[in-house]
Design a protein around this ligand. Sequence first.
Ligand SMILES: C[S@@+](CC[C@H](N)C(=O)[O-])C[C@H]1O[C@@H](n2cnc3c(N)ncnc32)[C@H](O)[C@@H]1O
Length: 247
Amino acid sequence: MSNIEVKKYWDNDTTESMYDKNLLEIETEAVLAFLDRSDSVIDIGCGEGEGTVRYFEKVRELLALDYSETRLEKLKSKNSKIDTIRMDMREVSCESTKKKFTKAITQRSLVNLESFDEQKKAIKAIHSLLEDAGRYIMLEGFNDGVTVVNKIRTEFSLPPIGVKWHNVFFNKKELLEFTRPYFELVEERDFSTYFFMTRVFNAILKHPNIPKWDDEVNMLAKKMEIAYKNRFIKGISRLELLVFKKR
Ligand SMILES: C[S@@+](CC[C@H](N)C(=O)[O-])C[C@H]1O[C@@H](n2cnc3c(N)ncnc32)[C@H](O)[C@@H]1O
């Protein structure tokens, strides 16, 4: 994947940041649980702001960052009061934002960088933007969950679900080794109930047809995920939410 192609993808007016709106709602609720009224937040790779507009309502102040003018225009059309900054997340610093933040969010945005080395640059930039003991709320894709989903799918004769051409998912162990000197991991959440019910259970049920995003079982899976989180089903989530405290 080339950086230019990925940028072109996000600059395309018809691209949507997230097609699975049930999953988007689950993610947004999960992020909201870690935000407070007193927070000053930077949402990095905010996209068209489907989550951002909700975060903005909950916190004291919020700056939305994206490198795509198309994405920022879409966000502005949802809420023109939100401050935005257009730049590459790897280059952001306190000089560009003019301030530090109590919390930084990345919601499926680091996975758009072309390698782990580039993702590490972005994580270091995020670290520099946070106040002492500030929190980095990282909701990103992990190969660990992809492998588990696909192992079960293969056992039930379903095709694997790959990582999209413009994404590079994390390996959790490798990520945590890198972040250790910069951050303490203080909270972890995944969405195993939702991924099991939609990408395995409902997929088996409806095979060979592919269930629609708004299929009734997917809607039920969203309710189950929000009500029970991963209390009963664990370890099968393509996305994870990690909360890091700045060291
Ligand atoms: C999958 S979308 C996520 C949008 C939003 N966070 C959400 O949860 O719906 C990824 C976003 O990251 C942005 N992005 C990708 N690479 C970037 C970079 N190097 N610098 C800034 N933004 C970037 C894209 O323009 C896109 O808006």
